[in-house]
Design a protein around this ligand. Structure first.
Ligand code: PEP
Length: 245
């Protein structure tokens, strides 16, 4: 039985004050929820997020990390630094990283390897563009993004987030049927490459998840929760998403 997981991706939003206020509103929500909850603020807000959520059960993670362990890489943050700070999670290969920062699947795989050594739990994002979907290549694209991670079998705690690029921040959500179809495909891919561990790996859906659509999405067999962008910045909206999981 996989416990539902709801992860907030704040992207590049928020001041220290707004971050603290949002987290404080989430504390009682997460305490009462049956789903596991995590937040991924911008790097600079990680220390305060860890402080506000201490002992609350809310996990904290980075939105990205370097593929390198240390060195002359100005502006980068190593996975071990996130772990050292007290983070539990890190998002890898978000479509905005792939699109705006030219992250290839091979680079995402290198980041995944660097995370494995640290004890952080990776949330690896995969998903196709609208053009790829319209060309009938959605499954092929997602399989390619997963294949590069398969040098060794994934761990049971690893998380995959299916985020169709055309649904991120657009208000356009994959229908529950479309999402389940891809989640089922990902589960089958994981079964073929990771054996029984596939049943334990959580596969999140991301792409304009909000209070109004969360319950139906999360009700699908292979959707184990959500990676939530815009709606995670509004405490009431995000609370409703958590409660739907
Ligand atoms: C995301 O950033 O991972 C995301 C899914 O964004 P949104 O919920 O705003 O579409």
């Amino acid at each position: 039985m996989r416990q539902s997981l709801v992860v907030a991706n704040w992207k590049m939003h928020g001041s220290a004050a707004s971050a603290i206020a949002l987290l404080q509103e989430l504390l009682p929500v997460a305490a009462a929820a049956s789903a596991e909850v995590a937040v991924c603020p911008p790097f600079v807000h990680l220390p305060l997020a860890l402080q506000v959520t201490a002992d609350s059960g809310i996990g904290v993670g980075g939105q990205n990390c370097s593929e390198h362990e240390s060195g002359a890489y100005t502006g980068e943050v190593a996975a071990s630094m996130l772990a050292d700070l007290g983070c539990d999670w890190v998002i890898l290969g978000h479509s905005e990283r792939r699109q705006y920062f030219a992250e290839s699947s091979e680079l995402v795989a290198a980041k995944y390897s660097s995370v494995r050594a640290t004890g952080l739990t990776p949330i690896v994002c995969v998903g196709e563009t609208l053009q790829q979907r319209e060309q009938g290549k959605a499954q092929e694209v997602v399989a390619g993004q997963l294949q590069v991670l398969m040098d060794s079998p994934l761990s049971a705690s690893d998380v995959i987030a299916y985020e169709p690029v055309w649904a991120i921040g657009t208000g356009q959500t994959a229908s529950p049927g479309q999402a389940q179809e891809m989640h089922g495909f990902i589960r089958q891919f994981l079964r073929e490459h990771c054996g029984e561990t596939a049943e334990q790996i959580r596969i999140l859906y991301g792409g304009s998840v909000k209070a109004a659509n969360a319950a139906e999405l999360f009700g699908q067999e292979d959707i184990d929760g959500g990676l939530v962008g815009g709606a995670s910045l509004d405490a009431a909206e995000f609370a409703a998403v958590i409660n739907a999981a």
